[in-house]
Design a protein around this ligand. Structure first.
Ligand code: IPM
Ligand code: SF4
Length: 428
């Protein structure tokens, strides 16, 4: 029987199956940040198990609230920092070198096709863009992962979503994933892997694929996975060039993870995007999605561009293109957080930061901060934010606040208009 990509990765990593439906797999990497890892560290310490399975396979960042905003977040950083030093973890990213985990780790080449990765973070699914199985886990699984380098998962039933047609001008990966979630719902992929395939995904760059996979969890998915191809290999080449003679050789090797033509899927969905227009959410669920045109004129108090969904260089480029020579409306305040130091530097070099500042944006250091309503842009009760993030739950960016999710182009256009707006740049 043919296999999906997730089944092939599981076969490659399985070290045991306590029952037919549970698979214990070997982990290629365990990622850690300062919100969810400290409780695991403290618990392991208390149980006399202050060890790690392999310091080279553990990657650590302080990103959620950085620099620390109060004593509690400072303590979280302190525990993580001390642990990374004590365990000899070399890939530890602190102030000055830190960025949003799901943007920083791919940049460092930490994820490869066929890898298995866990992290105590729901958007770990982002890394599936590289043809990896990457899943968010709770504290207990994280502890086992840190200690033994293994994790147990149920059989990865897979939904195949073929993104068909071609993307119209001014419509981006964010609009695609919002339209998918709007179609299948917040439980549409619960406990399943989503395989994103089809010509539109094949034509996407890695950053767009990360945006796509990032929001798999908002449809309940364990992981989103794109098929490794030449685009994947080219992105990773600086990191894998010692492992392969040529990019073609890497491609041939990674091809062993490609799904079989007769792979068995729980569901197959053909999602044609040829007529798609920019999308945004309303209300408090990521599947409350409408065309931006239908929400046009909805007032917002704040615009936020950043996060693991859309804080990468391509996102900043498109937002700056929309903002070029324009000013943010007096009705809103606007904030941009480049997702990593590399993105920040590139944005500086390319003059994007100047464009943002000339338009009236506040530019913050790389951090999650505003995205989860912890720092650098928390909403007041009753306020709304147009954001390029991935979650619009009630109070997500601040108690009593509301979030409209959208692409960077739409967020920039909204900043200029002071209310939800489509970008003029792509009209006609
Ligand atoms: C802090 C962390 C546990 C959380 C997550 O798992 O997603 C955060 O990253 C978020 O986006 O809300
Ligand atoms: S940017 Fe937002 S969604 Fe992404 S990891 Fe940080 S808090 Fe979570």
């Amino acid at each position: 029987m043919g296999q999906t990509i997730a089944q092939k990765i599981f076969d490659d990593h399985r070290i045991g199956s306590p029952d037919r439906d549970v698979h214990v797999i070997r982990l290629d990497a365990v990622f850690c940040h300062e919100i969810t890892t400290p409780p695991a560290i403290v618990d392991l310490e208390q149980r006399g198990k202050d060890r790690v399975f392999d310091p080279a396979r553990i990657k650590v960042v302080i990103d959620h609230v950085s620099p620390a905003k109060d004593s509690k977040t400072a303590l979280q950083g302190k525990i993580l920092r001390a642990w990374a030093r004590r365990q000899g973890i070399v890939d530890f990213f602190d102030i000055g070198a830190n960025g949003v985990c799901h943007a920083l780790f791919p940049e460092k080449g930490f994820v490869r096709p066929g890898y298995t990765v866990i992290m105590g973070d729901s958007h770990t699914c982002t890394h599936g863009a590289f043809g990896a199985f990457a899943a968010g886990v709770g504290t207990t699984d994280l502890e086992v992962g840190i200690l033994k380098g293994v994790c147990a998962f149920r059989t990865p039933e897979t939904i195949r979503i073929n993104i068909a047609g071609s993307l119209p001008d001014g419509v981006f990966a964010k609009d695609v994933i919002l339209s998918v979630i709007g179609r299948i719902g917040v439980n549409g992929a619960t406990n399943k892997v989503i395989e994103f395939a089809g010509p539109v995904v094949a034509a996407m760059d890695m950053e767009s694929r990360m945006t796509l996979c990032n929001m798999a969890i908002e449809a309940g998915g364990t992981c989103g996975i794109c098929l490794p191809d030449r685009t994947t290999v080219d992105y990773l080449w600086p990191f894998i060039k010692n492992d392969f003679d040529t990019p073609e050789a890497a491609l041939a090797d990674y091809a062993r993870y490609l799904p079989d033509a007769d792979a068995v899927y729980a569901q197959t969905i053909d999602h044609d995007v040829s007529a798609l227009t920019p999308m945004a959410t309303f209300g408090y669920r990521p599947d409350n999605v409408k065309p931006v045109a239908d929400l046009a004129g909805t007032p917002v108090d704040q615009v936020y561009i950043g996060s693991c969904t859309n804080g990468r260089i391509s996102d900043l480029r498109i937002a700056a293109q929309v903002l070029s020579g324009k000013r943010v409306s007096d009705a809103v305040r606007a904030i941009v957080s480049p997702a990593t130091p590399k993105v920040y530097n590139q944005a500086l070099d390319e003059g994007l930061i100047k464009t943002f500042m000339d338009a009236g944006f506040c530019v913050t250091n790389p951090t999650c901060g505003a995205c989860l309503g912890m720092s650098n842009g928390v909403l007041a009760e009753g306020e709304t934010c147009a954001a390029t993030t991935n979650r619009n739950f009630n109070g997500r960016m601040g108690k009593g606040g509301m979030v409209h999710l959208m692409s960077p182009a739409t967020a920039a256009a909204t900043a200029i208009a002071g209310s939800i707006a489509n970008s003029e740049l792509f009209k006609g």
